[in-house]
Design a protein around this ligand. Structure first.
Ligand code: GTP
Length: 214
């Protein structure tokens, strides 16, 4: 069977406190890998993954933001080009759950009004350390009127990791049919060539990048 290609890559941004597992979820979905070592993200990083849905080949740009507060001025500038935002908390750390309201506020202040949001409670494999119940997670999702998923980036049998991405993409496709967003070539991102993602970006999407390279 042949698949037609969708028009533009869809941008999915990951936000949430440091160490909740944003990078790990991306790696589980994109490469089916997991590492126990914690290397905090510096600023922002991204991965590209192609999925097949509705007889189409769809390119997803997965943008991984640093959860540390000191990078917020960098990461906030990426919200405005997002098609969807995944808010992640760690089910074993209550403060990461309480901070979801702050991350929602950041979306309200920086992202397009129609951006799709999804709530994810991660580290569900740590059964004995869980402090945020399924009921609490669902209640929070209902309060914000967003879908809620419980994931484990560590477990390679947790089906919810890919469900998050497929659900988001379905929603983006539905929304794309009623609103016609600009093509990727209209999007400009200011990147410093010394940034670690500069090489990756210029090899995949140079037409969409503005650099301050001399
Ligand atoms: N047990 C378990 N550990 C996880 C899971 N997801 C991530 N981790 C671990 O949690 C730590 C932090 O994971 P990261 O994915 O780097 O966290 P992050 O949210 O990207 O952190 P920042 O880059 O600082 O924002 C790492 O040691 C991971 O191995 C999970 O589902 N289960």
């Amino acid at each position: 069977m042949t698949h037609s290609q969708s028009n533009r890559p869809y941008k999915i941004l990951f936000i949430g406190d440091s160490a909740v597992g944003k990078t790990s979820l991306m790696f589980r979905f994109a490469d089916n890998t997991f590492t126990e070592t914690f290397t905090p993200t510096i600023g922002i990083d991204f991965k590209v993954k192609t999925i097949f849905l509705r007889d189409k080949s769809i390119k997803l740009q997965l943008w991984d933001t640093a959860g540390q507060e000191k990078f917020y001025n960098i990461t906030r500038s990426y919200y405005r080009n997002a098609d969807a935002i995944v808010l992640v908390y760690d089910r074993t750390v209550a403060s990461s759950f309480q901070n979801i309201s702050r991350w929602m506020k950041n979306i309200d202040e920086n992202a397009p009004d129609d951006v799709i949001r999804i709530l994810v409670g991660n580290k569900s494999d740590l059964h004995h350390s869980i402090v945020i119940s399924s009921q609490d997670g669902k209640k929070l999702g209902d309060r914000y009127n967003v879908d809620y998923f419980e994931t484990s980036a560590k477990s390679d049998t947790n089906p919810n990791v890919s469900k998050v991405f497929y659900t988001l993409t379905e929603k983006i496709l539905d929304q794309d049919q009623v609103t016609s967003k600009p093509l990727d070539t209209d999007v400009h991102i200011l990147i410093n060539p010394s940034d670690s993602i500069y090489d990756k970006l210029t090899s995949c999407c140079s037409s969409s990048i503005t650099t301050n390279k001399k």
